[in-house]
Design a protein around this ligand. Sequence first.
Ligand code: NAD
Length: 489
Amino acid sequence: PTMAHSQALLVLENFIGGKFVACSSYIDSYNPSTGVVYCRVPDSGKEEVEAAVKAAKDAFPVWTSKSPLERSQILNKLADLIEHDLEAFAQAESKDQGKTITFARTVDIPRAVHNFRFFASSILHHVTECTEMPTMGCVHYTSRAPVGVAGLISPWNLPLYLLTWKIAPAIACGNTVVAKPSEMTSVTAWMMCKLLEKAGVPPGVVNVVFGTGAKAGEALVSHPDVPLISFTGSTLTAQRITERSAPHCKRLSLELGGKNPAIIFDDADLSQCIPTTVRSSFANQGEICLCTSRIFVQRGIYSEFLKRFVAEVKKWKTGNPSDPTVNVGALISKEHLEKVRNYVKKAQAEGARVLCGEGVDPLALPPGNQKGYFMLPTVIAEVKDESCCMQEEIFGPVTCVVVFDTEEEVIKRANDVKYGLAATVWSSNVGRVHRVARRLQSGLVWTNCWLVRDLNLPFGGMKASGIGREGAKDSYEFFTEVKTITIKH
Ligand code: NAD
């Protein structure tokens, strides 16, 4: 870049031991809606991770000795500070990730705020177990303590939302953390670091090291002084993390990919089902692990569903993410856009029919967004269950619609993928809803709705979608070590 250009770039720094620290090398970060480099992210490695782990270890004794109430007050203060800057955070998230400003304003940042408030509250309400053995004269009880330095690794799709979903429970429980956000979406994590001191988070409790998975991420997961790793990202990366951390027997929580089915029975209320299924397929450009990508429709309503669904999808506007009327923003990167487009090409080559979107409808973009990574929401029909579009996670604005006849058949087909994260069932028959939900291999099942979350309850996937659950009780258990103590009188 020219001098004038490089001066205009936003340059991030690592946050270690309560201080911003420059790094010796940097990575370019693009604005996905313009295709222009606008930010430089530290390319941290072993050395930076080492410094961050040391800072986190040093901060541990003081932080862990604070009462849950003291920690809770600090978390609430941090939530207030982020909320106060909500608009600035939302603008930054939209620019950095390509998501629409509306989504960032209404989902990403409010949820990041809520994550801190939620765990600030829930940490005050846990009880441990106690049993008695009168004949032995014994009482047993469990005691929980923080584990130590937690390594937290998050993806690019919901940057601050998913990072704070880890930081909040980790520090609420009294751990200190070294976090590594995705190198593609680091800005809001850096902005949050600027608020930590004011919130009262002592130096070293939250350290953020920016950089790639291969360098900074691997240094963190293989560090001997980081006994616990919470990771959200792809199944492939999770395998690598499992291997790299195995020699140290680390505690792992893995929140991974999905290939989520929506099952729509003849008796579904289509006026609710159709707009919700459009949202579940295309919200955040389809870049949510919980997004629907296989829609099974019962034969009796198949053609009506297709017609109404496609008409509804066509109402969604794709374009400049900062335009509040836009529904679909830019995809995260040029490479990812290429990958998603290739899935549509493969489906076509296999004889599937593209009903709307990619390659079928024109995409008109404003002059400033011509080089951005945009793609229209795309619906594919007549695709075989064994096609890669029905088996692999595409993680973009592409959804497949197929027909089914019986309950038994659809359960089998819905379960016939390696993933098991989220499923949606649409029917007005209560008995059927219960039967089907029980038999789906899926960590979450939503019936007659989508993405309604109670953070109290477990979140996570089965099969290749992950190991472990997070939520009020589950996160508390994951981020603490339990001990059973027996007292004899
Ligand atoms: P990714 O696996 O490529 O990267 C995730 C994070 O891991 C990034 O911070 C990356 O830098 C880091 N990383 C990469 N290689 C690493 C390594 N060898 N060691 C340590 N860290 C490494 O995933 P992504 O492309 O950023 O995110 C998309 C994926 O995340 C999708 O598969 C999606 O389904 C999944 N996801 C899952 C959930 C969930 O809760 N289950 C939520 C959101 C996203």
